[in-house]
Design a protein around this ligand. Structure first.
Ligand code: ADP
Length: 497
């Protein structure tokens, strides 16, 4: 087994103490406190990180406010701003190996995946959003004001940045989530305070360096590392923040909404999921089995859209479950730096305990574990890819988001049955449909209450595809031109001629 060589730049980056990035300067936390981010493959310390708190959030918000109200950012032409955002994408590609290694070390994901997916997708997002900077148009409007007969008006709309935006992101795709948030915010001219997840702060700190190098003026992007309650909560509550954008658990999403009430800041949320993946009997046999496995096991199941509820039409149920179980058994689980690793460790000890807790609950509720079902070894946070059947709809493993490599599989009889079963969830983030019948595919796509429906594919992401949730999976959309709505205000201007 060959193992990737640690890049010397990554080695010195992880060894250096990490500060907060506020107003274009690197500073210690006001409290002077730090915390350790561990390597999930070993549980050992990886890097020392500044533990930001309310005072640091306040400093960062004031820096962003000043940058928005008085700085050069608002005076740049859209073209200049677009070029700066484009440059961030270029710099991400120039630093692809460093970013991929940091992502693998901090999150646990295979380095091969970080190189092929996380980092290029993050660069793409900035490149895609850069083009929108010059296309944030309003429109001219024809008025017919009934109480002003004979009066003529010239009316138009302007699309303007919201202002100071707090962005709180999770640990499953640390760099990519930063890109999804920062790309549209910057392209539309906002100023940002980014709060990375405490489990995975490293790539956001390198990104802050690249953002400064790209020419983003001081104070436009601030990065405050720290814990949710200490740094995230005061950011969501801060009165000088105009909008908060959050990706994470539905539970914390509800806290964000409550925190935002004080000044009624705008809120966008990308939350949990329990996504159905539906295989019809006429689906391509190999592609549907491989697709069902990929839907749940990609990124160790630590995806908010993980296809964690697999529904298979009765006549093919045993064959598909067996096929997915075979793939589960064959997955090479190991250190993310080993070139043959297909699945790394879960991100943290807490996550390991959460996932194994769900496995225990499924067993005690009487579900059948077809393969997997437990922790691997006692070093690092590794868990077996797991397939479970014979569940009942009320079981916790069927209803709640596990956020690990665990799929529950159930048979179904007809299209009507499956539409109801698939939608029987408080979530509505993603869904998959596998069939060779084009009408059935689109009929299902229409009936599924989910923000994304994949047909004969799964986990396909692109900067142009809007992403977000129905029901308790969130508010608003990220990516695509829909993301611009979440970062702009529309101003109506009406002039009497
Ligand atoms: P998970 O449970 O998967 O770790 P969370 O929703 O707890 O997901 O975390 C997502 C992000 O939200 C992280 O950056 C975390 O620090 C932050 N966070 C956690 N609790 C709060 C809170 N009360 N207010 C604001 N942000 C929070």
């Amino acid at each position: 087994m060959s193992t990737a060589t640690l890049d010397t730049r990554v080695e010195s980056f992880t060894q250096a103490p990490h500060q907060l990035f506020i107003g274009g300067r690197w500073v210690d936390a006001a409290s002077g406190e730090t915390f350790i981010t561990p390597n999930p493959a070993t549980g050992e310390a990886l890097a020392s990180i500044a533990a930001g708190g309310p005072e640091d959030i306040d400093r960062a918000v004031r820096a962003a406010r000043a940058a928005f109200d008085e700085g050069p950012w608002g005076r740049m032409t859209p073209s200049e701003r677009g070029r700066v955002v484009w440059k961030i994408g270029d710099l991400i590609l120039e630093h692809l190996e460093e970013l991929a290694q940091l992502e693998s070390l901090d999150n646990g994901k295979p380095l091969t995946v970080a190189r092929a997916a996380d980092v290029p997708l993050a660069a793409d997002l900035f490149h895609y959003m850069a083009g929108w900077a010059t296309k944030l148009d309003g429109s001219s409007l024809s008025l017919s004001v009934p109480y002003a007969p004979g009066v003529q008006f010239h009316a138009y709309t302007l699309r303007e940045p919201i202002g100071v935006v707090g962005q709180i992101i999770p640990w499953n795709f640390p760099l990519l989530m930063a890109a999804w948030k920062l790309g549209p915010a910057l392209a539309t001219g906002n100023c940002v305070i980014l709060k990375p997840a405490e489990q995975t702060p490293l790539s956001a700190l390198l990104l802050a360096q690249l953002i400064a190098e790209a020419g983003v003026p001081d104070g436009v992007v601030n990065v405050v590392t720290g814990f949710g309650e200490d740094a995230g909560a005061p950011l969501a509550a801060h009165d000088m923040v105009d909008k908060v954008a959050f990706t994470g658990s539905t539970e914390v999403g509800k806290l964000i909404v409550q925190a935002a009430i004080g000044n009624l800041k705008k809120v966008s949320l990308e939350l949990g999921g329990k996504s159905p993946n539906v295989v019809f009997a006429d689906a391509d046999p190999d592609a549907s089995v491989a697709g069902a496995a990929n839907a749940i096991f990609f990124n160790h199941g630590q995806c908010c859209v993980a296809g964690s509820r697999l529904f298979v039409e009765e006549s093919r149920f045993d064959e598909v479950v067996e096929g997915v179980a075979e793939i589960a058994k064959s997955i090479k689980v190991g250190d993310g730096f080993a070139e043959d690793t297909q699945m790394g460790p879960l991100v943290s000890d807490e996550q390991l305990r959460r996932v194994t807790g769900f496995l225990d609950s499924g067993r005690s509720d009487g579900a059948e574990v077809v393969t997997g079902g437990g922790q691997i070894g006692d070093h690092g946070y590794f868990v077996e890819p797991t397939v479970i059947t014979r569940t009942r709809p009320e079981m916790r493993i069927v209803r709640e988001e596990i956020f690990g490599p665990v799929v529950v599989a159930e048979p179904f009889q007809s299209l009507d049955d499956i539409a109801a079963l698939a939608n029987d969830s408080s979530y509505g983030l993603g869904a998959g449909v596998w069939t060779r019948d084009i009408s059935k595919a689109h009929a299902m796509a229409k009936r599924l209450r989910a923000g994304t429906v994949w047909i004969n594919c799964y986990n396909i992401f692109d900067a142009a595809l809007p992403f977000g949730g129905y029901k308790q999976s969130g508010w608003g959309r990220e990516m695509g031109h829909e993301a611009l709505e979440a970062y702009t205000e529309v101003k109506a201007v009406c002039a009497q001629l």
